[in-house]
Design a protein around this ligand. Structure first.
Ligand code: AMP
Ligand code: ZN
Ligand code: FE
Ligand code: FE
Length: 278
């Protein structure tokens, strides 16, 4: 069974360059233990972890697929677009992501100000962490809120304070989804709509395809069988590539999701071919 894992890839993994708990090196070690054949590093609005993972995997037979998960706007709705086999050294891409990283810092400062109006004071340096290159998000804040005993667990932080519809949530100043797709394709990556079962934008998929989205994340840790079937059908309808991954962020509630959602090598090869890069 274990050797068979080499045939599989987990195409959605976060590191501590966004809101994952593990460093790229630890992610690679875990993927090697699981004997996966390939993993994609898909940090929120960040590609700095990709090169670190490639270096950590050098000399092993684990393939690191350069990836990203961009937060984008479709009107009032936030959607996530994954990019695969992206050229993570592309200068325009690196510059745009630098801008997004700075916007995230400003947004987090506004969220902290809203919390402070409720007399909840959170040490800023704990939220922003130590690395200059990482993107900061609400999950970082939620973890610090647990440490500071403001809430019992991260879910409570989202439910009471910083969830999408909660009083202290500030929306990202997002890229329009068309620009996000262009960012990916201009860096020669393949754009894929992330976790459609969680985002619930089925009626918009046709427009995303027109904008250049070439794949649908059919398999995801939040998708149950009904959703998998539904998105398989939609992918077929639009001629989209079918992708999948765990969306592992580390070890919430003691369970590491990495490798629990995986796709076959054949899918990796289709993505590679679609990117035209390798
Ligand atoms: P951000 O990019 O700062 O808007 O944060 C988005 C991230 O926060 C997601 O990728 C999830 O990891 C996490 N998140 C968002 N909503 C929730 C929620 N209701 N419960 C737990 N985690 C959440
Ligand atoms: Zn996340
Ligand atoms: Fe996402
Ligand atoms: Fe994700």
């Amino acid at each position: 069974m274990i050797s068979k894992n080499k045939e599989f890839a987990d195409l959605h993994i976060h590191t501590d360059y966004s809101d994952g708990l593990f460093s790229p090196k630890t992610v690679v070690q875990r993927a090697l233990e699981l004997k996966l054949g390939a993993i994609a590093i898909t940090d929120h609005d960040n590609i700095a972890g990709v090169q670190r993972a490639i270096e950590a995997a050098r000399g092993t037979d684990l393939e690191i697929i350069p990836g990203i998960e961009i937060s984008a706007a479709d009107g009032d709705k936030e959607i996530h677009i994954l990019g695969y086999f992206i050229d993570h050294t592309n200068i325009d891409l690196v510059e745009s992501l630098g801008e997004m990283r700075r916007e995230r810092i400003k947004r987090m400062e506004r969220i902290l100000a809203l919390l402070s109006e409720k007399n909840i004071s959170i040490p800023e340096d704990k939220v922003f962490g130590v690395k200059k290159e990482n993107t900061v998000g609400r999950l970082h804040l939620a973890r610090v809120m647990v440490e500071e005993k403001v809430v019992k667990h991260t879910k409570e932080a989202f439910d009471r304070y910083i969830g999408d519809k909660s009083s202290c949530c500030v929306k990202h100043k997002h890229l329009d989804y068309k620009d996000a797709v262009k960012m990916i394709t201009s860096a020669r990556g393949v754009a894929v709509l992330a976790h459609p079962g969680a985002t619930k934008v089925d009626e918009r998929i046709g427009d995303y395809v027109k904008a250049g989205v070439a794949g649908l994340e059919v398999y995801h840790s939040k998708h149950r069988n009904a959703e998998i079937l539904r998105y398989q059908t939609i992918a077929e309808q639009y001629g989209l590539l079918v992708t999948g991954g765990s969306d592992c962020h580390g070890k919430p509630r003691g369970r590491i999701l990495m490798g629990e959602v995986r796709v076959s090598r054949e899918i990796v090869e289709k993505l590679r071919a679609a990117s035209g890069r390798f």
